[in-house]
Ligand binder design. Structure first.
Ligand SMILES: *Cc1c(COP(=O)(O)O)cnc(C)c1O
Length: 378
């Protein structure tokens, strides 16, 4: 079977892990610091903290973005709403619920499958506490255009909701040449085993400024300043925090994989370009949009197909794993009924979206086999 996901491990990852085990430092230590320095250099921002997984990063980002320092939320009453997309992995939206907010669904752009910024503009209101966007499959949301939407919202409502970018699938993605993580928002990346840059489990949070980074570093460790004098018990926690810090073994794997991740992303892109060329015009298959300047890392290769179940079965019979990967989040029974929202664009694409293998592990023969199988119809 040609898999949809595969765990990338650099050749020296095992040696680096053995070295960590030899030091017997497994919590926060020098490798985490080294990993963060390397990530800062790579992403191009000093305001970055690793966390133990991407979902934790989303929890932390929402907390930082919506609660002033020292406010110790959630407190009582209605906390307001976070505008978000239903076409994502559940981690995105359950982080919103865990922070005590209501979700308010924004429709998708049927071309990119990302949030529709026109629908977003209509839904920003005084109840909006934050905006969560997801760079689905690695395709960037136009966060520059989003900033202009917020300029208008600020003029209309007198406040500017903070933006959290779920970049879990988007390591290596650029918008008009600028890597994600550099657009002034909170950005969360995942280093889950199957993501472009794997730690096993891990993630990172990029913050817009130094002050929020300082706060993130405390909140990821129970609200305690690591430099505090815990020996003499002489410290205070002004603001409670979480157990969200990354460990040394994960950092060692991340450091090894960081050296090779750009090559892997290049292979994802090369395979995607091949599919773009050779799947064009296949009856019953619609590619996603490729707007100028939006350079996806192609963690996944989404297409919209007629008769999706038949398509998935045909590929499975040919030894190719294809998958919807997620279902729309807005219809899960754990959500309050009053969260329902008409999402006509999502209705129109939801049952057609499917992802085909595109990763670094595809050989030229694999790629040709995927193309030939799809071209032969389903
Ligand atoms: C993988 C993923 C996450 C969660 O990341 P973890 O590191 O597994 O917690 C969040 N959002 C999206 C869109 C993801 O794909």
């Amino acid at each position: 079977m040609i898999p949809l996901f595969k765990v990338a491990l650099a050749p020296d990852a095992a040696d680096r892990v053995r070295e960590v085990i030899g030091t017997a430092v497994l919590g926060h230590g020098p490798r985490v610091e080294e990993f963060e320095d390397a990530l800062r250099a790579r992403v191009g921002t000093p305001h970055l903290a690793t966390v133990n997984n991407g979902t934790s990063g989303l929890h932390l980002a929402l907390r930082l973005a919506t609660s002033p320092p020292g406010s110790n939320p959630p407190g009582d009453g209605d906390r307001g709403e976070v505008l978000t997309t239903a076409l994502t992995f559940e981690a995105t939206n359950w982080a919103i619920l865990a922070n005590g907010f209501r979700v308010r669904w924004v429709d998708v752009d049927p071309g990119t499958l990302n949030m529709d910024l026109d629908d977003l503009a209509k839904k920003i209101s005084p109840a909006t506490r934050a905006i969560m966007v997801v760079h689905w499959a690695g395709h960037p949301v136009d966060v520059e255009r989003l900033a202009r939407v917020l300029d208008d919202a600020e003029a209309a409502h007198g406040f500017r909701p903070p933006v959290i970018e779920d970049c879990a699938q988007a390591w290596g993605t650029t918008l008009r040449g600028t890597p994600l993580g550099n657009h002034g928002n909170y950005c969360v990346f995942s280093f889950h085993a199957t993501k472009h840059l794997a730690c096993g489990a891990g993630g990172m949070l990029v913050t817009p400024d130094e002050e929020s980074l300082r706060r993130a570093l405390r909140l990821r460790f129970f609200g305690i300043d690591r430099r505090a004098d815990r020996v003499n018990g002489d410290y205070d926690v002004p603001e409670w925090g979480y157990n969200f810090y990354l460990g040394e073994i994960a950092a060692a794997i991340g450091l090894a994989n960081l050296e090779t991740v750009a090559d892997r992303v290049a292979l994802h892109r090369r395979n995607a370009a091949h599919f773009d060329e050779h799947l064009a015009g296949v009856p019953g298959l619609e590619p996603t949009a490729r707007p100028e300047g939006e350079e996806s890392s192609f963690w996944l290769y989404p297409v919209k197909v007629e008769r999706r179940a038949d398509f998935i079965r045909k590929l499975a019979d040919a030894g190719i794993q294809a998958s919807a990967v997620v279902r729309r989040n807005d219809t899960h029974t754990c959500l309050p009924p009053d969260a329902a929202e008409a999402l006509p664009n999502l209705d129109a694409v939801h049952d057609r979206v499917v992802h085909v293998p595109v990763g670094w592990w595809l050989s030229e023969e694999d790629r040709a086999h995927v193309v030939a199988t799809i071209r032969s119809g389903w």
